[in-house]
Write a protein that binds this ligand. Sequence first.
Ligand code: HEC
Ligand code: HEC
Ligand code: HEC
Length: 131
Amino acid sequence: MRDKVWIIAGLLLFLGLVTYPAWHDLVAGTTAKPPQLVLPANQKQCVAPLSYMRTSHMKLLLQWRRSVVRDGQTKYVAFDGKVYNMKLSGTCLRCHSQQEFCTRCHNYVGVRTPYCWNCHLDPAQVKRSAR
Ligand code: HEC
Ligand code: HEC
Ligand code: HEC
């Protein structure tokens, strides 16, 4: 009789554990939603085509850094002929929010990039702390 109680308790515990992923989302009211990226309101085009930026923005940033720091080049002529200053904070973060764009996606995909922000400033943070 005792054994039966334990067996049933064990079965219930097991069922609870294996179905955890299913009811966790129900109880917490969450699903695996993609990150809500805030895009610039008044700009339509990035410094390179979307598909390139999506997969290769980190390569572009490293190219920019090399051009500026090693080669003393500061201007980037984009695919559409527009000219940009090769700056992480001064150009990328002029259109994009570090918190609501870069970091939101990085958290979602599990990439950590805080070490850039050890030196490069987030203009939004600077404005906030100056207040
Ligand atoms: C230890 C401090 C430090 C860290 C960490 C750092 N940088 Fe820089 N970065 C600099 C300095 C200093 C310059 C030179 C600024 C200049 O000459 O105007 C620079 C220049 C750059 C430039 C070109 C100029 C500019 O103002 O943006 C880019 C792009 C850049 N870094 C990207 C990155 C990226 C991407 C990361 C993270 C993967 C990163 N950096 C991490 C210090 C740092
Ligand atoms: C002039 C404004 C502007 C600048 C400067 C800019 N971006 Fe963008 N960026 C955009 C816009 C607008 C989009 C969305 C483009 C689209 O939907 O076709 C975008 C898209 C992106 C995406 C893809 C987002 C997604 O949905 O997958 C990444 C990543 C990105 N930008 C990173 C950067 C980085 C890194 C820099 C600096 C090297 C930069 N951007 C500079 C306006 C800008
Ligand atoms: C739509 C998603 C998305 C957005 C938005 C995004 N990133 Fe990324 N980022 C990624 C992914 C995914 C990787 C990792 C790619 C890999 O490891 O090959 C990455 C990697 C990076 C790296 C290299 C990090 C490392 O440790 O190797 C840097 C630097 C970077 N992103 C900067 C930025 C900046 C700056 C912005 C905002 C202007 C931004 N990213 C916006 C998805 C995104």
